[in-house]
Design a binder for this molecule. Structure first.
Ligand code: HEC
Length: 144
């Protein structure tokens, strides 16, 4: 291969890798946005500003559980400080702790799916799921 062509193909590879990494950032942010959208009606129900709706609660918990699982592969080593991300370096300095926080969140959502049957169980169990969001953001997400 001629040197110029070789350099050009290396550059092309580099660009592809950068796109793949910002893709990962976008994917994890989209998963988080979906969870944020589920949190709005759920928060309203917790505060008594929206009527309790078991189907909406269960649908939200399903999104939390699925997205917690999907997010586990979306924080690879090469995705820190790529593009516009709020992910803190502490994720990769404490990867085991971060992964454990994601797993616990998914498990808490699963537990709540099984135990929430009515408004009373919702009010008792849902806050345990929601506190995972703030706890993880506190340790691992930039404050804006
Ligand atoms: C185990 C850690 C963890 C848990 C649990 C978690 N998050 Fe996040 N969240 C993050 C990280 C890290 C980011 C920053 C991602 C980035 O910018 O690359 C984030 C970003 C977000 C964003 C901003 C997305 C954007 O870019 O617009 C929202 C909204 C959000 N999370 C909502 C939630 C909600 C709601 C919950 C709970 C139901 C939750 N998160 C649970 C770690 C977590």
């Amino acid at each position: 291969m001629k040197p110029m062509i070789f350099v050009a193909s290396l550059l092309a590879l580099g660009v592809t890798a950068a796109i793949a990494q910002s893709d990962v950032v976008e994917q994890r942010q989209n998963l988080m946005k979906q969870m944020g959208a589920q949190t709005r009606p759920i928060g309203g129900m917790l505060r008594g500003q929206e009527p309790f709706d078991l189907a909406k609660v269960q649908a939200g918990l399903k999104v939390f559980s699925d997205n917690a699982h999907k997010a586990t592969t979306l924080f690879p080593d090469n995705s820190k400080d790529v593009g516009k991300t709020e992910a803190l370096p502490s994720i990769w300095e404490n990867k085991a702790k971060f992964d454990a926080a994601l797993t616990k969140f998914g498990q808490d959502a699963q537990t709540a799916m099984a135990s929430i049957k009515d408004e009373a169980s919702f009010k008792a169990e849902m806050p345990k799921v929601m506190q995972n969001c703030g706890a993880c953001h506190n340790d691992f997400r930039k404050k804006s």
